[in-house]
Design a binder for this molecule. Structure first.
Ligand SMILES: Cc1cc2nc3c(=O)[nH]c(=O)nc-3n(C[C@H](O)[C@H](O)[C@H](O)COP(=O)(O)O)c2cc1C
Length: 383
């Protein structure tokens, strides 16, 4: 590991330096006033961990399974659309790093590399995240392709009836159709390292949708089609339809209310992800860590409770476990790693998480992460 990289925040700074502003803002930002994005980070920080001494904490145990699959640490790489804009063939690189390190990787519907690209790149099972489109045939086809590629879980994202408005993206021209104004051209031109590297990308648009729509050759038309395809009629029956279509492990992502968590159990979800989409959808939603305990209590052991939103350090993971999560997902942290140094940067992020987890466990006096419980975490007012 590069000794100058001591935390995820160094990877974030490197990503900021390497990426054109339009791409960094897309990765970093949240919806509207970014209230929820800030809450995710602030509320995790505001939790304190109880220190315990006089316990043998040698030989810590960090591994577990996530929906039946081994994970070296309680963390999966979450789905992030357009990751392939941060590094050439970025999704394949992220997936390779996940395999090398030993954690699950989840590919987004809105990726640049396709399901088949990632399957070829790693030869190992990965998770596929599905956004439901209005056109049922496209959904069916994506589900079949995920099955053919031996995806080991389907992650159905529930919180995209409409797309959250990220003001920076709209101003930067990242909204659809993409705009290439003078400002963007200057921005991109002043990042030659990124520009030259992107020449190695195999694809230039949404890899999973290229074969599904007629306008696929025209990036602007494809983007417009995608924007118009998010399905506001998506309801519980739609989830049941997906459950019938997919017989492998099904994970429902975007649960923020105990009632929805109970419905997820009723439709047969193998896991849920307590998530507000990293603050990119409903601005003013509570932080995901603040709703986690009620949701974990509502479902008990009837489904696996996963968590994301604001994870930047190993101690954030311990806090989420203490609040009732079985394991976590990382969105931006691993993406900063990818944007900074490709697969090496993702590996660096994962190793940082692992070391920080070990250090944190030693100081809270826990040898096995499965023994982290509510007693480890306490609210610390004023932080
Ligand atoms: C750049 C970016 C793109 C994202 N794209 C998707 C996506 O395509 N599908 C999805 O379900 N979630 C998507 N998310 C949300 C993440 O999966 C995850 O819920 C969120 O990033 C967690 O918060 P964190 O970034 O603080 O870890 C995206 C997040 C980011 C930052």
């Amino acid at each position: 590991m590069n000794s100058e990289i001591t935390s995820i925040f160094d990877l974030e700074a490197m990503a900021k330096q390497r990426l054109p502003e339009v791409i960094f803002d897309y990765v970093h930002g949240g919806a509207e006033q970014q209230l929820t994005l800030e809450r995710n980070l602030r509320d995790l920080r505001a939790l304190a961990l109880r220190q315990h001494d006089m316990r043998d904490v040698s030989d810590p145990k960090l591994d577990l399974t996530m929906v039946g699959q081994p994970a070296r640490i309680p963390l999966a790489i979450g789905p992030t659309g357009l990751a392939g804009l941060t590094w050439p063939n970025g999704e394949c690189e992220e997936a390779r790093a996940a395999v090398e390190f030993g954690v699950p990787y989840c590919l987004s519907t809105m990726s640049i590399c396709s399901i088949e690209d990632v399957a070829d790149a790693t030869g190992k099972p990965f998770w596929f995240q599905l956004y439901l489109m209005k056109k049922r045939e496209v959904n069916e086809s994506l589900i079949h392709r995920a099955r053919d590629a031996r995806c080991s879980a389907l992650v159905l994202t529930l919180d995209l009836h409409v797309q959250g408005k990220r003001w920076a993206d709209a101003k930067n021209g990242l909204s659809v159709p993409p705009k290439l104004g003078l400002r963007n051209m200057l921005d991109i031109g002043s990042h030659p390292g990124w520009l030259l590297s992107m020449a190695r990308s195999r694809r230039r648009t949404f890899g999973n949708l290229e074969g599904e729509v007629q306008q696929a050759g025209n990036v602007a038309a494809l983007s417009e089609w995608v924007e118009a395809q998010f399905d506001p009629s998506f309801d519980l029956d739609t989830v049941k339809w997906v459950r019938r279509m997919w017989d492998g492990p099904l994970i429902l992502k975007g649960i923020m209310h105990p009632d929805d968590a109970k419905l997820a159990v009723d439709v047969g979800a193998d896991a849920i992800i307590v998530s507000n989409h990293g603050g990119r959808q409903l601005d003013s939603a509570p932080s995901s860590i603040s709703v986690l305990p009620q949701i974990a209590e509502a479902v008990g052991s009837r489904t696996e409770v996963l968590f994301d939103g604001g994870i930047r350090t190993g101690s954030d993971i311990v806090k989420a476990l203490g609040r009732g999560a079985h394991a976590c997902l990382s969105g931006r942290a691993c993406l900063y790693g990818l944007a900074a140094e490709g697969a090496q940067g993702v590996l660096c992020a994962l190793r940082l998480f692992e070391q920080e987890l070990k250090d944190c466990m030693a100081l809270v006096g826990i040898r096995d992460l499965r023994h982290v419980d509510a007693g480890v975490v306490t609210a610390q007012p004023g932080l």
